[in-house]
Design a protein around this ligand. Structure first.
Ligand SMILES: *Cc1c(COP(=O)(O)O)cnc(C)c1O
Length: 383
Protein backbone atom coordinates (compact mmCIF):
# COMPACT_ATOMS: atom_id res chain seq x y z
CA UNK A 1 0.00 0.00 0.00
CA UNK A 2 1.25 3.53 -0.71
CA UNK A 3 2.69 5.37 2.27
CA UNK A 4 1.29 8.87 1.59
CA UNK A 5 -2.25 9.86 0.73
CA UNK A 6 -2.97 10.49 -2.96
CA UNK A 7 -5.26 13.53 -2.87
CA UNK A 8 -7.98 13.52 -5.53
CA UNK A 9 -7.75 16.22 -8.21
CA UNK A 10 -4.34 17.68 -7.43
CA UNK A 11 -3.23 20.35 -9.87
CA UNK A 12 0.22 20.39 -11.42
CA UNK A 13 1.86 23.70 -10.48
CA UNK A 14 5.19 24.46 -12.15
CA UNK A 15 7.97 26.98 -11.56
CA UNK A 16 6.95 29.64 -14.15
CA UNK A 17 3.60 30.29 -12.42
CA UNK A 18 5.28 30.36 -9.02
CA UNK A 19 7.71 32.99 -10.33
CA UNK A 20 4.88 34.93 -12.00
CA UNK A 21 2.87 35.06 -8.77
CA UNK A 22 5.90 36.32 -6.87
CA UNK A 23 6.51 38.91 -9.62
CA UNK A 24 2.89 39.96 -9.31
CA UNK A 25 3.24 40.42 -5.54
CA UNK A 26 6.44 42.43 -5.97
CA UNK A 27 4.75 44.65 -8.56
CA UNK A 28 2.07 45.25 -5.89
CA UNK A 29 -0.60 44.92 -8.60
CA UNK A 30 -2.69 42.11 -7.13
CA UNK A 31 -6.22 42.87 -8.32
CA UNK A 32 -7.73 43.01 -11.79
CA UNK A 33 -5.15 44.42 -14.19
CA UNK A 34 -2.96 43.64 -17.17
CA UNK A 35 -2.41 39.97 -16.34
CA UNK A 36 -6.14 39.29 -16.09
CA UNK A 37 -6.61 41.04 -19.44
CA UNK A 38 -3.80 38.97 -20.99
CA UNK A 39 -5.30 35.72 -19.65
CA UNK A 40 -8.66 36.71 -21.15
CA UNK A 41 -7.00 37.28 -24.55
CA UNK A 42 -5.22 33.91 -24.33
CA UNK A 43 -8.33 31.84 -23.59
CA UNK A 44 -10.31 33.76 -26.24
CA UNK A 45 -7.55 32.99 -28.76
CA UNK A 46 -7.42 29.30 -27.74
CA UNK A 47 -11.17 29.05 -28.21
CA UNK A 48 -11.22 31.32 -31.27
CA UNK A 49 -13.90 33.54 -29.71
CA UNK A 50 -13.66 37.35 -29.78
CA UNK A 51 -14.67 38.15 -26.18
CA UNK A 52 -13.67 36.76 -22.78
CA UNK A 53 -14.37 38.06 -19.27
CA UNK A 54 -12.20 36.81 -16.41
CA UNK A 55 -14.04 36.15 -13.15
CA UNK A 56 -13.41 34.70 -9.71
CA UNK A 57 -15.28 31.46 -10.47
CA UNK A 58 -17.32 29.58 -13.02
CA UNK A 59 -20.25 29.82 -10.62
CA UNK A 60 -20.04 33.61 -10.94
CA UNK A 61 -19.91 33.18 -14.72
CA UNK A 62 -23.02 31.00 -14.81
CA UNK A 63 -24.86 33.53 -12.64
CA UNK A 64 -23.78 36.48 -14.81
CA UNK A 65 -24.70 34.56 -17.96
CA UNK A 66 -28.26 34.19 -16.64
CA UNK A 67 -28.32 37.88 -15.65
CA UNK A 68 -27.02 39.32 -18.92
CA UNK A 69 -29.42 37.18 -20.94
CA UNK A 70 -32.15 39.02 -19.06
CA UNK A 71 -33.73 36.03 -17.34
CA UNK A 72 -36.63 37.11 -15.13
CA UNK A 73 -38.64 35.54 -12.31
CA UNK A 74 -40.94 32.94 -13.84
CA UNK A 75 -38.55 32.20 -16.71
CA UNK A 76 -37.52 28.54 -16.89
CA UNK A 77 -34.04 27.26 -17.68
CA UNK A 78 -33.62 23.59 -18.56
CA UNK A 79 -30.48 21.93 -17.20
CA UNK A 80 -29.17 18.53 -16.19
CA UNK A 81 -29.63 16.62 -12.92
CA UNK A 82 -26.09 15.23 -13.32
CA UNK A 83 -24.04 18.30 -12.42
CA UNK A 84 -22.52 20.23 -9.57
CA UNK A 85 -24.99 22.24 -7.48
CA UNK A 86 -23.44 25.49 -8.80
CA UNK A 87 -25.13 25.03 -12.18
CA UNK A 88 -28.60 24.96 -10.63
CA UNK A 89 -27.84 27.59 -7.99
CA UNK A 90 -26.79 30.11 -10.66
CA UNK A 91 -30.24 29.87 -12.26
CA UNK A 92 -31.91 30.37 -8.88
CA UNK A 93 -29.67 33.33 -7.96
CA UNK A 94 -30.67 35.02 -11.21
CA UNK A 95 -34.31 34.71 -10.11
CA UNK A 96 -35.25 32.15 -12.76
CA UNK A 97 -36.61 28.64 -12.26
CA UNK A 98 -34.45 25.58 -12.95
CA UNK A 99 -36.11 22.65 -14.73
CA UNK A 100 -34.30 19.32 -15.02
CA UNK A 101 -34.17 16.99 -18.02
CA UNK A 102 -32.70 13.55 -17.44
CA UNK A 103 -29.39 12.43 -18.94
CA UNK A 104 -28.43 9.79 -21.46
CA UNK A 105 -27.21 6.77 -19.45
CA UNK A 106 -24.14 6.22 -21.67
CA UNK A 107 -22.82 9.74 -22.30
CA UNK A 108 -24.20 11.04 -18.96
CA UNK A 109 -25.07 14.26 -20.81
CA UNK A 110 -28.48 15.93 -20.94
CA UNK A 111 -30.74 14.04 -23.35
CA UNK A 112 -32.30 16.28 -26.07
CA UNK A 113 -35.41 14.07 -26.14
CA UNK A 114 -35.94 14.74 -22.43
CA UNK A 115 -35.26 18.45 -22.99
CA UNK A 116 -38.02 18.66 -25.61
CA UNK A 117 -40.47 17.08 -23.20
CA UNK A 118 -39.74 19.78 -20.60
CA UNK A 119 -40.28 22.83 -22.81
CA UNK A 120 -43.15 25.11 -21.81
CA UNK A 121 -44.07 28.62 -22.90
CA UNK A 122 -42.00 29.91 -19.98
CA UNK A 123 -38.80 28.18 -21.12
CA UNK A 124 -36.20 30.83 -21.97
CA UNK A 125 -32.83 29.05 -21.97
CA UNK A 126 -30.95 25.76 -21.99
CA UNK A 127 -27.95 25.19 -19.71
CA UNK A 128 -26.17 22.01 -20.85
CA UNK A 129 -23.06 20.73 -19.04
CA UNK A 130 -20.36 18.96 -21.08
CA UNK A 131 -20.10 16.29 -18.42
CA UNK A 132 -16.65 14.93 -17.58
CA UNK A 133 -15.43 16.69 -20.76
CA UNK A 134 -17.66 14.87 -23.29
CA UNK A 135 -19.54 17.24 -25.58
CA UNK A 136 -23.31 17.32 -25.30
CA UNK A 137 -25.37 16.61 -28.41
CA UNK A 138 -25.14 20.27 -29.40
CA UNK A 139 -26.62 19.81 -32.89
CA UNK A 140 -29.85 18.58 -31.34
CA UNK A 141 -29.80 21.12 -28.49
CA UNK A 142 -29.11 24.08 -30.78
CA UNK A 143 -31.90 22.92 -33.12
CA UNK A 144 -34.31 22.88 -30.16
CA UNK A 145 -33.06 26.32 -29.10
CA UNK A 146 -33.63 27.75 -32.59
CA UNK A 147 -37.04 26.20 -32.88
CA UNK A 148 -38.24 27.58 -29.52
CA UNK A 149 -36.19 30.81 -29.52
CA UNK A 150 -34.15 29.84 -26.46
CA UNK A 151 -30.77 31.13 -25.28
CA UNK A 152 -28.01 28.60 -24.64
CA UNK A 153 -25.43 28.80 -21.84
CA UNK A 154 -22.74 26.10 -21.93
CA UNK A 155 -21.32 24.98 -18.59
CA UNK A 156 -17.74 24.24 -19.70
CA UNK A 157 -16.27 23.65 -16.23
CA UNK A 158 -15.06 20.23 -17.48
CA UNK A 159 -14.65 21.22 -21.09
CA UNK A 160 -11.68 23.49 -21.81
CA UNK A 161 -10.39 21.16 -24.53
CA UNK A 162 -13.76 19.87 -25.72
CA UNK A 163 -14.55 20.15 -29.43
CA UNK A 164 -17.75 19.12 -31.15
CA UNK A 165 -18.08 18.63 -34.92
CA UNK A 166 -15.38 21.20 -35.58
CA UNK A 167 -16.73 23.72 -33.05
CA UNK A 168 -15.19 24.50 -29.68
CA UNK A 169 -17.22 23.96 -26.53
CA UNK A 170 -18.18 27.31 -25.09
CA UNK A 171 -18.34 28.90 -28.54
CA UNK A 172 -21.48 27.10 -29.71
CA UNK A 173 -24.20 28.64 -27.52
CA UNK A 174 -24.62 32.30 -26.53
CA UNK A 175 -22.17 32.14 -23.61
CA UNK A 176 -19.66 29.55 -22.37
CA UNK A 177 -18.59 29.42 -18.71
CA UNK A 178 -15.21 27.99 -17.70
CA UNK A 179 -13.67 27.06 -14.35
CA UNK A 180 -10.07 27.19 -13.16
CA UNK A 181 -10.88 25.74 -9.74
CA UNK A 182 -8.02 23.69 -8.26
CA UNK A 183 -9.25 20.32 -9.53
CA UNK A 184 -10.01 21.40 -13.11
CA UNK A 185 -7.92 20.78 -16.22
CA UNK A 186 -6.05 24.06 -15.84
CA UNK A 187 -6.18 26.04 -12.61
CA UNK A 188 -5.86 29.46 -11.02
CA UNK A 189 -6.85 28.28 -7.50
CA UNK A 190 -10.28 29.84 -7.77
CA UNK A 191 -11.19 31.40 -11.08
CA UNK A 192 -13.53 31.38 -14.04
CA UNK A 193 -14.18 32.96 -17.41
CA UNK A 194 -17.13 33.67 -19.68
CA UNK A 195 -16.65 33.51 -23.45
CA UNK A 196 -19.02 34.89 -26.04
CA UNK A 197 -19.17 35.99 -29.68
CA UNK A 198 -21.61 38.77 -28.77
CA UNK A 199 -19.97 42.12 -27.99
CA UNK A 200 -23.00 43.44 -26.13
CA UNK A 201 -23.20 40.37 -23.87
CA UNK A 202 -19.44 40.58 -23.24
CA UNK A 203 -19.62 44.25 -22.22
CA UNK A 204 -22.56 43.68 -19.93
CA UNK A 205 -20.90 40.59 -18.35
CA UNK A 206 -17.79 42.66 -17.68
CA UNK A 207 -19.79 45.48 -16.17
CA UNK A 208 -22.08 43.32 -14.05
CA UNK A 209 -19.07 41.39 -12.76
CA UNK A 210 -17.61 44.60 -11.35
CA UNK A 211 -20.41 46.28 -9.40
CA UNK A 212 -22.18 47.49 -12.57
CA UNK A 213 -19.52 50.17 -12.96
CA UNK A 214 -19.09 51.67 -16.40
CA UNK A 215 -15.31 51.16 -16.76
CA UNK A 216 -12.57 48.99 -15.27
CA UNK A 217 -11.32 50.43 -12.00
CA UNK A 218 -7.80 49.78 -13.16
CA UNK A 219 -8.30 52.06 -16.15
CA UNK A 220 -9.59 54.98 -14.09
CA UNK A 221 -6.15 56.44 -13.52
CA UNK A 222 -4.65 57.14 -16.91
CA UNK A 223 -1.86 59.40 -18.08
CA UNK A 224 -4.46 62.10 -18.60
CA UNK A 225 -5.43 61.98 -14.93
CA UNK A 226 -8.52 60.83 -13.04
CA UNK A 227 -11.77 59.96 -14.77
CA UNK A 228 -15.05 59.70 -12.90
CA UNK A 229 -16.76 56.34 -12.90
CA UNK A 230 -20.47 55.79 -13.16
CA UNK A 231 -22.56 52.90 -11.82
CA UNK A 232 -25.09 51.93 -14.45
CA UNK A 233 -26.63 48.81 -12.90
CA UNK A 234 -26.64 46.97 -9.56
CA UNK A 235 -23.83 44.49 -10.22
CA UNK A 236 -21.70 41.96 -8.40
CA UNK A 237 -18.05 41.65 -7.29
CA UNK A 238 -16.89 38.77 -9.44
CA UNK A 239 -13.70 40.03 -11.13
CA UNK A 240 -10.55 37.93 -11.58
CA UNK A 241 -7.36 39.04 -9.80
CA UNK A 242 -4.00 39.39 -11.54
CA UNK A 243 -2.68 37.01 -8.86
CA UNK A 244 -5.02 34.34 -10.24
CA UNK A 245 -4.27 35.20 -13.86
CA UNK A 246 -0.53 34.95 -13.09
CA UNK A 247 -1.07 31.22 -12.55
CA UNK A 248 -3.45 30.82 -15.48
CA UNK A 249 -1.12 32.51 -17.98
CA UNK A 250 1.35 29.64 -17.61
CA UNK A 251 -1.19 26.86 -17.12
CA UNK A 252 -2.84 27.76 -20.42
CA UNK A 253 0.40 27.13 -22.35
CA UNK A 254 0.25 23.50 -21.14
CA UNK A 255 -3.36 22.64 -22.00
CA UNK A 256 -2.24 20.26 -24.74
CA UNK A 257 0.58 18.62 -22.75
CA UNK A 258 -1.67 18.03 -19.75
CA UNK A 259 -4.40 16.62 -22.01
CA UNK A 260 -1.90 14.22 -23.63
CA UNK A 261 -0.78 13.07 -20.17
CA UNK A 262 -4.39 12.45 -19.09
CA UNK A 263 -4.97 10.51 -22.33
CA UNK A 264 -2.12 8.16 -21.44
CA UNK A 265 -3.57 7.64 -17.94
CA UNK A 266 -7.10 7.23 -19.35
CA UNK A 267 -5.96 4.55 -21.82
CA UNK A 268 -4.00 2.71 -19.15
CA UNK A 269 -7.02 2.65 -16.81
CA UNK A 270 -9.21 1.36 -19.68
CA UNK A 271 -6.75 -1.48 -20.39
CA UNK A 272 -6.11 -2.45 -16.78
CA UNK A 273 -9.79 -2.49 -15.76
CA UNK A 274 -11.16 -4.22 -18.87
CA UNK A 275 -11.70 -7.52 -17.05
CA UNK A 276 -13.46 -6.07 -13.96
CA UNK A 277 -17.24 -6.23 -13.28
CA UNK A 278 -17.56 -2.44 -13.39
CA UNK A 279 -18.81 0.01 -15.99
CA UNK A 280 -16.00 2.01 -17.58
CA UNK A 281 -16.39 5.35 -19.40
CA UNK A 282 -18.02 5.07 -22.82
CA UNK A 283 -15.52 4.77 -25.70
CA UNK A 284 -14.10 8.13 -26.75
CA UNK A 285 -16.03 9.72 -29.62
CA UNK A 286 -14.12 9.75 -32.91
CA UNK A 287 -15.56 12.97 -34.38
CA UNK A 288 -15.26 15.03 -31.20
CA UNK A 289 -12.58 15.93 -28.72
CA UNK A 290 -13.24 14.77 -25.16
CA UNK A 291 -11.57 16.93 -22.50
CA UNK A 292 -10.84 13.83 -20.37
CA UNK A 293 -11.61 15.75 -17.18
CA UNK A 294 -13.03 12.94 -15.05
CA UNK A 295 -12.36 9.22 -15.23
CA UNK A 296 -15.53 7.70 -13.86
CA UNK A 297 -16.22 4.12 -12.79
CA UNK A 298 -19.71 2.91 -12.08
CA UNK A 299 -19.88 0.48 -9.20
CA UNK A 300 -23.04 -1.60 -9.12
CA UNK A 301 -23.20 -3.39 -5.76
CA UNK A 302 -25.09 -6.38 -7.18
CA UNK A 303 -22.47 -6.94 -9.88
CA UNK A 304 -19.31 -6.01 -7.97
CA UNK A 305 -19.97 -7.45 -4.53
CA UNK A 306 -19.22 -4.03 -3.05
CA UNK A 307 -21.33 -0.90 -3.16
CA UNK A 308 -20.00 2.44 -4.36
CA UNK A 309 -19.90 3.75 -0.81
CA UNK A 310 -17.97 0.69 0.39
CA UNK A 311 -15.61 1.15 -2.54
CA UNK A 312 -14.98 4.80 -1.56
CA UNK A 313 -13.98 3.66 1.93
CA UNK A 314 -11.79 0.83 0.63
CA UNK A 315 -9.94 3.25 -1.64
CA UNK A 316 -9.56 5.73 1.21
CA UNK A 317 -8.10 3.03 3.46
CA UNK A 318 -5.55 2.31 0.75
CA UNK A 319 -4.55 5.99 0.76
CA UNK A 320 -6.26 6.81 -2.54
CA UNK A 321 -8.58 9.80 -2.65
CA UNK A 322 -11.58 9.50 -4.97
CA UNK A 323 -14.50 11.75 -5.94
CA UNK A 324 -18.26 11.47 -6.46
CA UNK A 325 -19.38 13.34 -9.60
CA UNK A 326 -22.15 13.75 -8.76
CA UNK A 327 -24.95 12.86 -6.42
CA UNK A 328 -27.94 13.55 -8.66
CA UNK A 329 -29.30 17.05 -8.05
CA UNK A 330 -32.83 15.85 -7.09
CA UNK A 331 -31.35 13.64 -4.38
CA UNK A 332 -30.07 16.72 -2.51
CA UNK A 333 -32.35 17.95 0.24
CA UNK A 334 -32.67 21.64 -0.57
CA UNK A 335 -33.86 20.98 -4.11
CA UNK A 336 -36.33 18.36 -2.99
CA UNK A 337 -37.77 20.85 -0.49
CA UNK A 338 -37.75 23.88 -2.76
CA UNK A 339 -38.78 22.38 -6.09
CA UNK A 340 -40.40 19.12 -5.01
CA UNK A 341 -38.01 17.16 -7.25
CA UNK A 342 -37.85 13.40 -6.74
CA UNK A 343 -34.72 11.42 -7.62
CA UNK A 344 -36.78 8.63 -9.16
CA UNK A 345 -38.22 11.08 -11.72
CA UNK A 346 -34.70 11.26 -13.22
CA UNK A 347 -33.83 7.56 -13.20
CA UNK A 348 -30.70 7.75 -15.36
CA UNK A 349 -29.17 10.48 -13.22
CA UNK A 350 -30.21 8.62 -10.09
CA UNK A 351 -28.55 5.40 -11.26
CA UNK A 352 -25.32 7.25 -12.08
CA UNK A 353 -25.41 9.25 -8.85
CA UNK A 354 -25.68 6.06 -6.79
CA UNK A 355 -22.84 4.26 -8.63
CA UNK A 356 -20.37 6.89 -9.74
CA UNK A 357 -16.80 7.03 -8.47
CA UNK A 358 -14.05 9.21 -9.97
CA UNK A 359 -10.44 8.09 -9.87
CA UNK A 360 -7.46 10.43 -9.59
CA UNK A 361 -6.81 11.53 -13.16
CA UNK A 362 -4.72 14.70 -13.20
CA UNK A 363 -1.53 15.48 -15.14
CA UNK A 364 0.24 15.58 -11.79
CA UNK A 365 0.03 11.78 -11.39
CA UNK A 366 3.26 9.84 -11.86
CA UNK A 367 3.26 6.39 -13.44
CA UNK A 368 3.76 4.99 -9.92
CA UNK A 369 0.71 6.90 -8.66
CA UNK A 370 -1.35 5.37 -11.48
CA UNK A 371 0.00 1.91 -10.61
CA UNK A 372 -1.13 2.48 -6.99
CA UNK A 373 -4.62 3.54 -8.08
CA UNK A 374 -4.97 0.46 -10.29
CA UNK A 375 -3.78 -1.86 -7.51
CA UNK A 376 -6.19 -0.27 -5.03
CA UNK A 377 -9.17 -0.63 -7.40
CA UNK A 378 -8.37 -4.29 -8.09
CA UNK A 379 -7.87 -5.02 -4.40
CA UNK A 380 -11.09 -3.25 -3.41
CA UNK A 381 -12.99 -5.41 -5.90
CA UNK A 382 -11.20 -8.58 -4.77
CA UNK A 383 -9.79 -9.04 -8.28
C1 LIG B 1 -16.54 23.07 -10.83
C2 LIG B 1 -17.86 23.21 -11.50
C3 LIG B 1 -18.59 24.41 -11.46
C4 LIG B 1 -18.19 25.56 -10.62
O1 LIG B 1 -16.92 26.03 -10.89
P1 LIG B 1 -16.25 27.07 -9.87
O2 LIG B 1 -15.16 27.69 -10.66
O3 LIG B 1 -15.75 26.26 -8.70
O4 LIG B 1 -17.29 28.04 -9.46
C5 LIG B 1 -19.74 24.50 -12.21
N1 LIG B 1 -20.20 23.47 -12.94
C6 LIG B 1 -19.55 22.29 -12.98
C7 LIG B 1 -20.09 21.19 -13.83
C8 LIG B 1 -18.38 22.12 -12.25
O5 LIG B 1 -17.74 20.94 -12.27
Amino acid sequence: MRSNYLVFGQPLIEQPEIDEVIGCMKSAWLGTGPKAAEFERRLAAYKNVPYAVGLNSCTAGLHLACVVLGLQPGDEVITTPMTFCATVNAIVHAGATPVLADVDPVTMNIDPVQVKAKITKRTKALLPVHFAGRACDMDALMAIARQHDLKVIEDCAHAIETEYHGQKAGAIGDLGCFSFYSTKNIVTGEGGMVLTRDERLAKRTKMMGLHGMSADAWKRFTDDGYKHYDVEEIGFKYNMMDLQAAIGLHQITRIEGYWQRRLVIWQRYMREFADLPITLPAPLPTDERHALHLFILQIDGARCGVTRDQMLMKMHKQNIGTGVHYRSVPSLSVYRRRFGWKPEDYPNAQAIGDRTLSLPHSAKLTDDDVTDVIAAVRQALGA
